[in-house]
Design a protein around this ligand. Structure first.
Ligand code: FE2
Length: 287
């Protein structure tokens, strides 16, 4: 397998493999590369069928069903565990996928749950001529690169990850809106978790809108979150992916974060996504 780095602190691209045809030792090698690097890009998988994509995903673990968004569950027809991320609509104007064409802010997938999925995979099926790039950040590097005082300060804090809205800013189905971060529905997680892949400390931030550092006065929580966010996404620690049809991107949902650029809504972008179930809640690195 030919490899190259995606960013200085994390991420790897693997070239020259057909993911649907890996034998056990080859899959083991690939899995190991993903574990060690947090995010992995494999290009050239356009011929992979949805059944093959599902089977490949299952080699990483049990699949997590798609979230129930404001627009309802949007799965690939015939594949309840594969999720459609797309701005396409049917003849009645009903969305065929989730997330529309707007920007999706930095987040980890479904961290409003006690046990978020451990990994997510995106397979590019249709793309707009430009825009819609996906950005991935390495959160082990983000913690490592914090100024020493801030590193010390966040060690044992817990951050509540907002459960009211998705990364596109849409209210989740069946959830009451609450603009107050202190009272808004969400899931507290340790601010610094142990990356299950490498055992290293990783900053676990969730999304910024409506995040809250448990127990702090709101103004103090907001100021500290702003400071953490200012440091987390430096260029050495971020990879911008310009998609080609057939690209498959896998990320650890515990040691990386991602966001998406907006794109022209008159063009169609269609990604198929799978998610791998987490086996335990994110664990605090510092007790
Ligand atoms: Fe996401």
């Amino acid at each position: 397998m030919k490899t190259r780095r995606l960013a200085d602190t994390f991420g790897i691209a693997v070239d020259g493999v057909q993911l649907a045809r890996l034998d056990e030792p080859q899959f083991g090698e690939l899995h190991d590369l993903w574990i060690k690097n947090g995010a992995m890009l494999v290009r050239g998988q356009a011929a992979m069928t949805d059944a093959e994509f599902e089977a490949f995903s299952k080699r990483f673990g049990e699949l997590d069903p798609p979230p129930n968004q404001g627009v309802g569950r949007k799965n690939v027809p015939g594949f309840p565990d594969l999720y459609v991320v797309s701005n396409e609509v049917d003849k009645k104007g009903e969305p065929l996928g989730a997330l529309g064409y707007g920007e999706a802010v930095w987040h980890t997938d479904m961290s409003y749950l006690p046990v978020p999925p451990i990994a997510s995979m995106l397979l590019a099926r249709r793309l707009p001529p430009s825009g819609g790039n996906t950005w991935v950040a390495g959160m082990c590097g983000a913690y490592e690169n914090l100024p020493p005082a801030l590193k010390e300060r966040v060690k044992t804090l817990r951050i509540k990850h907002d459960g009211t809205r998705d990364s596109g800013g849409n209210l989740r189905k069946g959830v009451a809106d609450d603009p107050n971060p202190v009272t808004a529905k969400g899931q507290p997680h340790p601010a610094v978790i142990r990356d299950p892949g490498t055992g290293r400390p990783a900053l676990f931030l969730g999304r910024l809108p409506r995040a809250y550092i448990v127990g702090l006065p709101l103004a103090e929580s907001e100021a500290l979150l702003d400071e953490l966010w200012r440091h987390a996404f430096g260029s050495s620690n971020v990879y911008e992916h310009r998609w080609t049809v057939g690209d498959l991107l896998i990320w650890s949902n515990y040691s990386t974060m991602h966001r998406r650029d907006a794109f022209d809504g008159t063009a169609i972008r269609r990604m198929h996504r799978s998610q791998i179930k987490g086996s335990a809640a994110p664990v605090a690195y510092f007790k």
